[in-house]
Design a protein around this ligand. Structure first.
Ligand SMILES: Cc1cc2nc3c(=O)[nH]c(=O)nc-3n(C[C@H](O)[C@H](O)[C@H](O)COP(=O)(O)O)c2cc1C
Ligand code: SF4
Length: 505
């Protein structure tokens, strides 16, 4: 009998470590022939700690399991959810990037290769840099970190740059509210990110890579560091990648914790040991990035999606999706929801389906009032916009953004004036201070929202004007996008801004 328990930090927070220890103790007391294997998470967080039991017929799911349930579980008397992959939340997914997450032992390289791992890298080793970049371009992959920029175009710029040294930098700062896909894949399938970075290195001619990983993710840091050491010892990384004669090596760097250090130029400053202040562009990092050298900066999910593109082919990947939003997107459902977790699906699913059907509405059972998509800089969507399909252009057309694909759900008790104030306050606290519209504007924004809360109707026009200035005049998207949550709250929930409603009438 094989028993699988997640070692993902969300599962651990819900008691997975104690549960695994208690399971092993009970197995040994009973003298049973059973093995407990720690995996990543299947992404169904409301079922954690999830236990999967394979008695030779495939994995059956039980959860949440408490230590007191162990006797019944091992006796076969605990009611379960049936085969894990038949659970509706899971069965409705298209898992390409997350195919192995929750399935394999994250630090077992043999388990990784037995599930398709390194197939993509081996294929890439037979290709020229230009062919590798062309494959990524053909896949239609766009950056999953926020801006949705085509990955192939970025790689092509780095490929074409002449330099003595080029770099691959993985952005694992994952600062957006309600997001955890980067953490989950690093903890659950770290070799996938390593493989993706190695392919990127071969493609653009970079021999060194760095993962800039936030300090708030101690488990991901530990797993990634161990995975890099294992990959190096196995010859996946180093001077002679898989005996090809080509070099690529990488290391993990830990960021001290600032939202703005997720912005790529601020990240590069931080990685160089400087203060995390945004750099003016141009030059773009693809031409002058880490220590002034051509650098690919890509999000974890962008890079972790590269292996499956090379394993199955660009056409296969591009066959999923909607319009210019190709492939799949790992959506993170959080906030006040019944079924929170990671849901990977082809682009195109309507927002309302995700919230009402997949996530099962709110945890409180009250009506959904708003959802914020794309982190703290993302717009709020009211139910009137729930038929918007998940796609970059489709969200843009509704005044929103997908960002890192985090959805945070609020029920009808949410105070949207308070949420607008929170967005401005967040910007004021996290501003790097380089440009005036953001540094000063966000502070004035908080004051202006406080005036509106006190019933000062004249402040509504000031807020609108200030938002325009921040949008047009900020150097980066922290100041430039903060108006999105603010103005979407104001325009879609006028009842929460009583004076705004009066001013409009
Ligand atoms: C304030 C701010 C915070 C950001 N935080 C992140 C982050 O945590 N992770 C990330 O991948 N991208 C983040 N980005 C986007 C990056 O600047 C950059 O676009 C991204 O790393 C590029 O990778 P991609 O093309 O693979 O998405 C942030 C941008 C801004 C303006
Ligand atoms: S918008 Fe804000 S975070 Fe971005 S450069 Fe200006 S001050 Fe810095």
């Amino acid at each position: 009998m094989k028993i699988y328990v997640s070692m993902d930090s969300a599962a651990k927070a819900l008691g997975a470590d104690d549960l695994a220890d208690a399971l092993m103790a009970e197995i040994s007391t009973r003298g049973m022939d059973a093995q407990v294997i720690r995996t990543g998470s299947r992404g169904m967080i409301w079922l954690e700690p999830l236990v999967e039991i394979d008695r030779g017929q495939g994995r059956e799911a039980f959860g949440p399991v408490a230590p007191g349930d162990i006797a019944a579980l091992l006796d076969g008397d605990l009611p379960g959810h049936g085969p894990t992959e038949d659970i509706a939340f899971f069965a409705q997914q298209t898992r390409l990037t997350f195919a192995r997450c929750g399935v394999i032992d994250p630090l077992d390289l043999d388990d990784y290769t037995a599930h398709g791992g390194l197939t993509g890298l081996r294929r890439a080793l037979d290709m020229s840099g230009a062919q590798i970049v062309a494959e990524v371009t053909a896949s239609g992959l766009r950056g999953r970190g926020g801006a949705g920029f085509p990955t192939g175009i970025k790689w092509n710029t780095v490929l074409g740059a002449q330099a003595s040294q080029k770099y691959i930098v993985c952005n694992a700062d994952e600062g957006d509210s309600g997001t955890f896909a980067d953490r989950m894949i690093m903890e659950g399938d770290p070799f996938c990110l390593i493989e993706g970075m190695a392919i990127a290195g071969l493609g653009v001619g970079a021999t060194r890579g760095y993962v800039y990983l936030r300090s708030e993710y101690p488990d991901a840091i530990m797993v990634m560091q161990r995975a890099v050491a294992i990959a190096r010892a196995a010859g996946v990384l180093g001077a002679d990648v898989l005996d090809s004669g080509r070099a690529f090596d990488m290391e993990i760097r830990v960021g001290a914790g600032a939202y703005v250090c997720g912005e790529e130029t601020s990240l590069l400053n931080s990685l160089e040991g400087k203060r995390g202040v945004v750099r003016a562009k141009p030059p773009v990092p693809a031409l002058e990035g880490f220590f002034g050298k051509p650098t690919v900066v890509n999000n974890v999910i962008s890079l972790a999606t590269i292996p499956v593109i090379f394993e199955k082919g660009a056409d296969y990947y591009a066959g999923f999706g909607l319009g210019r939003s190709k492939g799949t997107i790992p959506i993170q459902i959080a906030g006040n929801v019944a079924h929170g977790g990671l849901f990977e699906t082809a682009f195109g699913m309507p927002l309302g389906t995700l919230i009402d059907d997949i996530a099962g509405g709110t945890a409180t059972g009250r009506p959904v009032k708003a959802v914020q998509i794309g982190g703290p800089l993302g717009a709020y969507f009211a139910r009137a916009k729930f038929d918007t399909p998940f796609g970059y252009e489709e969200f843009d057309g509704q005044g929103g953004l997908i960002g890192h694909a985090g959805i945070v759900v609020f029920d009808d008790s949410a105070d949207m004036l308070g949420m607008a104030r929170f967005a401005m306050e967040f910007c004021a606290i996290e501003s790097c201070g380089k440009c005036t519209p953001c540094r000063i504007g966000a502070v004035r924004g908080v004051e202006t929202l406080d005036r509106i809360a006190r019933g000062d109707g004249a402040a509504v026009a000031i807020l609108t004007d200030l938002s325009e200035t921040m949008k047009d005049g900020s150097l980066c998207a922290l100041g430039g996008f903060t108006p999105y949550p603010v103005m979407s709250a104001l325009t879609q929930f006028p009842d929460d801004f009583a004076v705004a409603k009066e001013a409009a009438e």
